[in-house]
Design a protein around this ligand. Structure first.
Ligand code: OFO
Length: 173
C-alpha cells in the first residue's frame, strides 16, 4: 500500500507527464503550421509517449490501493522562435523531468517503498534516453545547419519516428 506522501508525489508526476504531453502537442502544431512535417510527426509521437508515461503511473497508484487523480494541466506556449528552439525547450523539459523523477526515487527510498522505487527505475532509464535523444538532435542541427537542405534532411529523418508504446513493437512492451 502507498503511503500518502508517495501517493501525492506520484499524482504530481502524472500531472507533469500530461503537461509534457501538451507541450509536445503544441510543438507538433507549431511545426505543422510552419511546414515542418517531420517535426510535426516527431512531436506528436513524443506527446503520445508522455501521455502513456502518465497513464502508467495512474494505473500503478490504483493497483497499490492509492487513488490516482485525473490532473488539471496548465497550457504550454503555442509560439516558438525557431526549429532549433523546439529542441532546446524539449531538452529543458526533459532535464526538469529528470530532477522530478530523481526526487521521487529519493522519497520512495526514504519511505522504504521498494515497489515504487523499482517501478520508477523504468523512468530513470527513460530519462537517460530522452535527454540523449534531444541532445543528439541539437548536435545534428549544429552539423547540418538551421536551414536549407540540411534542415530538410533532418526533418525527413525525424518524421520516421514511431512512439515507443505497447503495440508499436518498442521496448515498452
Ligand atoms: Fe519525457 O519522459 Fe516522461 O517520464
Amino acid at each position: 500500500m502507498l503511503n500518502k506522501q508517495i501517493e501525492s508525489l506520484l499524482n504530481k508526476q502524472i500531472k507533469h507527464e500530461f503537461e509534457a504531453g501538451n507541450w509536445y502537442l503544441s510543438m507538433s502544431s507549431w511545426a505543422d503550421v510552419n511546414g515542418f512535417e517531420g517535426a510535426a510527426r516527431f512531436f506528436l509521437e513524443q506527446s503520445k509517449e508522455e501521455n502513456f508515461h502518465g497513464m502508467k503511473i495512474f494505473h500503478f497508484i490504483n493497483n497499490r490501493e492509492g487513488h490516482a487523480k485525473a490532473p488539471s494541466v496548465t497550457g504550454p506556449d503555442t509560439e516558438f522562435n525557431s526549429y532549433r528552439h523546439l529542441f532546446e525547450r524539449s531538452l529543458e523539459l526533459e532535464k526538469e523531468n529528470t530532477r522530478l523523477i530523481d526526487d521521487l526515487v529519493d522519497a520512495a527510498r526514504e519511505a522504504n517503498d521498494h515497489a515504487t522505487e523499482q517501478f520508477l527505475q523504468w523512468y530513470v532509464d527513460e530519462q537517460v534516453e530522452e535527454e540523449e535523444l534531444f541532445r543528439s538532435i541539437l548536435d545534428k542541427l549544429n552539423i547540418l545547419g538551421d536551414k536549407g537542405p540540411g534542415l530538410y534532411m533532418l526533418d525527413q529523418e525525424l518524421g520516421q519516428r514511431t512512439a515507443d508504446l505497447p503495440g508499436n513493437g518498442g521496448e515498452t512492451e
